[in-house]
Design a binder for this molecule. Structure first.
Ligand code: GRG
Length: 297
């Protein structure tokens, strides 16, 4: 990626982060709202410094298709609420038992397990509420997004992927089973982010198909880079525990470090090819994919 492209992407990502963070702050009741511990716990993980990458994918699609960016920020915020809920649940002692998230103590360590679970449910619910309350969208678009989110989160998405992941812990997986887990557990939220962008902006079927394929490959590449970072990343940069994947089969276990990097390259190259029919206007989505290829946090 040239310096000019990389600078443009950095400015775009910073703009997205700011817009999404401001909107999240507006949507979640302020500290002190009763029950105080619930709202503190919801804000704690949600407003901690996250990359807001799923929101950025959505906003890049909406800007590319010249849709309503202000309405899109609400939808991006909703997706980031769902994502934060999934992180809180994933960190629980019954799941990954993580102590560090977004550079802070994980939610259950700070607020106790029951409050962490309830904060996650609160965020999930607020995510749906934010989409249904977005009056700038038509009924049809709200319906498409709510239904897309429901599929992405449910048994055929995050929840199903997580259950398969837990079931496989301590067993040796083949590459296709590992892919199945992460296409659901991680990939589904990337796909619905790109699709939601197309729904908000009224993209046609051809555009939606291209974006679906792009996000599917991007999401899996993102997970493989996550495995690489879990293996050799610096918790000070990633903000989460390293080595938590021990006991689970990872892409690094199955392919080695070089093999995992090669697979990431193939998926990112394919994701960029998937954008071909969208032409030059998809340059930011291509730059985002390049940034995932090279990420260190
Ligand atoms: C009901 C929402 C819900 C979920 C239940 C717990 C669960 C099912 C699924 C876990 C999904 C999960 C946490 C997958 C891992 C995805 C992943 C690689 C997360 C890290 O994403 P980053 O690096 O994090 O974008 P930041 O903090 O930057 O947002």
């Amino acid at each position: 990626m040239s310096d000019a492209v990389s600078d443009d992407l950095d400015r775009f990502l910073e703009r997205c982060r700011q817009a999404v963070d401001d909107r999240l702050d507006q949507h979640v009741p302020p500290l002190g709202t009763q029950p105080a511990i619930l709202h503190e716990a919801m804000r704690y993980t949600l407003l901690a410094p996250g990359k807001r990458l799923r929101g950025a994918v959505l906003l890049a699609v909406v800007e590319m298709l010249r849709g309503d960016v202000d309405a899109a920020v609400d939808v991006a915020a909703a997706i980031e609420m769902v994502h934060a809920a999934s992180l809180i649940l994933d960190d629980l002692p019954s799941m990954d038992d993580a102590s560090l998230r977004r550079g802070r103590e994980s939610s259950h360590r700070r607020f106790g397990e029951a409050n962490a679970i309830l904060a996650a449910i609160g965020l999930l619910n607020l995510g749906y509420g934010t989409v249904s309350g977005c009056r700038a969208l038509t009924d049809r678009t709200r319906g498409e997004i709510v239904s897309g989110l429901s599929s992405a989160i449910g048994a055929e998405g995050l929840v199903g992927g997580q259950v398969a992941d837990l079931e496989a812990t301590g067993t040796n997986l083949e590459l296709d089973s590992l892919e199945f887990i992460h296409r659901n557990k991680t990939g589904a939220l990337f796909i619905v982010s790109a699709e939601a962008g197309a729904w908000v902006a009224g993209g046609g079927r051809r555009d939606r198909e291209a974006l679906h394929a792009y996000a599917k490959n991007l999401g899996l590449a993102f997970q493989i880079t996550d495995d690489l970072l879990d293996f050799s990343g610096d918790p000070a940069a990633t903000g989460k525990d390293a080595g938590l994947d021990r006991g689970k089969t990872t892409f690094v276990d199955l392919c080695g470090i070089e093999g995992a990097r090669k697979l990431t390259d193939q998926l990112i190259d394919t994701a960029i090819l998937n954008l071909k029919s969208l032409g030059r206007r998809s340059h930011r989505l291509a730059a985002l994919a390049e940034a995932v290829r090279g990420r260190d946090r």
